[in-house]
Design a protein around this ligand. Structure first.
Ligand SMILES: NC(=O)c1ccc[n+]([C@@H]2O[C@H](COP(=O)([O-])OP(=O)(O)OC[C@H]3O[C@@H](n4cnc5c(N)ncnc54)[C@H](O)[C@@H]3O)[C@@H](O)[C@H]2O)c1
Length: 219
C-alpha cells in the first residue's frame, strides 16, 4: 500500500507510535503474530478501535490468525517515517530547555534535537552531548543549513511571538510550544501546544472521577 498519500483520522495517527512501540517489542522478543485482543491488552485501546485503526491501512490481519508482526513492523516503520530522521532545534536553553536537551528523545529514533539557540551569551557554545547552543543571530542560517523541520520553543512567554515571527520566515514545518503564549503562525506551520499544568489538572480530575481506568491522553 502507498503510505505517502494515506489520510487517516487524527486520533488514529496519535495511536500509531503506541502501536509501533509495542510491535517493536514483540518483534524483538521473537513473536511472529499478534491478535487484536493481545494488542488491545498491551496498549490499552479497545480491540474494535484497533481493528478500525488498522482498517485504514488496508486488510493487515487475517481472521483467526491475527496480525503478522514483521509485516506490521515494516508497515508502521514506513508510515511513521522511522527510516527518516526529523531534525529538531530547541530555542531557549533554560530550566525546561536544558532538561529536554539532556533527554533528547532517545526512545524515538526518528526525531533528534540537533542544535539549540539562546539569547544569553553565557549559554552560547555550551554543549549537551553533540548538541551545541548557538546565538540567536545565527538562527535562520543554521535552521536552513541543518534542514530543521521542527522547533521546540522553551523561551519566556513574552518573547515567544517575536521568536515565532522569525521562525515563520524560515522553512520549518512545526513548533512544539511549551510556553503559555498563544502563537500566531502562517498556515504552512503547525503549532502543538504542551501545557503540563493543564495536563496535570485534567489528570487529577480524571483520577477523581474515573478511578481504576487508564486514560489514553489524546483520545
Ligand atoms: N509547558 C509547560 O508545561 C512548562 C513547564 C515549565 C515551563 N514552561 C514554560 O517554558 C518556558 C521556559 O521556562 P523555563 O523555566 O525553562 O525558563 P528559563 O527562564 O529557565 O529559560 C528561558 C531561556 O530562554 C532564553 N531566552 C530568553 N529570551 C530569549 C529570546 N528572545 N530568544 C532566545 N532565547 C531566549 C533565556 O536566556 C533562558 O535560557 C517558559 O515560557 C515557561 O512558562 C512551560
Amino acid at each position: 500500500m502507498e503510505t505517502d498519500q494515506l489520510i487517516i483520522p487524527k486520533a488514529t495517527a496519535k495511536r500509531l507510535p503506541l502501536y509501533y512501540r509495542f510491535i517493536q517489542n514483540l518483534y524483538q522478543s521473537g513473536k511472529q503474530r499478534v491478535s487484536s485482543a493481545e494488542l488491545s491488552e498491551a496498549v490499552k485501546v479497545d480491540s474494535a478501535t484497533i481493528r478500525r485503526d488498522f482498517s485504514y491501512f488496508g486488510a493487515l490481519g487475517k481472521k483467526g490468525y491475527g496480525y503478522n508482526v514483521q509485516y506490521l513492523l515494516s508497515f508502521f516503520r514506513k508510515i511513521l517515517n522511522q527510516d527518516e530522521i526529523t531534525k529538531v532545534a530547541l530555542i531557549g536553553v533554560g530550566n525546561l530547555g536544558t532538561a529536554l536537551l539532556k533527554y533528547n528523545f532517545t526512545k524515538n529514533n526518528n526525531t533528534k534535537i540537533v542544535c539549540a539557540f539562546d539569547a544569553n551569551q553565557e549559554k552560547v557554545d555550551q554543549k549537551f552531548g553533540d548538541i551545541t547552543v548557538y546565538p540567536m543571530d545565527s538562527l535562520e542560517q543554521i535552521l536552513s543549513t541543518e534542514e530543521i523541520q521542527v522547533v521546540i520553543l522553551t523561551v519566556p512567554a513574552p518573547v515567544a511571538q517575536l521568536v515565532t515571527d522569525r521562525l515563520a520566515k524560515t522553512g520549518i514545518k512545526g513548533i512544539l510550544n511549551f510556553t503559555p503564549a498563544r502563537l500566531t503562525v502562517p498556515s504552512n506551520i503547525r503549532v502543538h501546544h504542551i501545557d503540563l499544568a493543564v495536563e496535570l489538572q485534567s489528570f487529577v480530575y480524571l483520577i477523581k472521577h474515573y478511578s481504576n481506568e487508564e486514560v489514553v491522553v489524546g483520545d
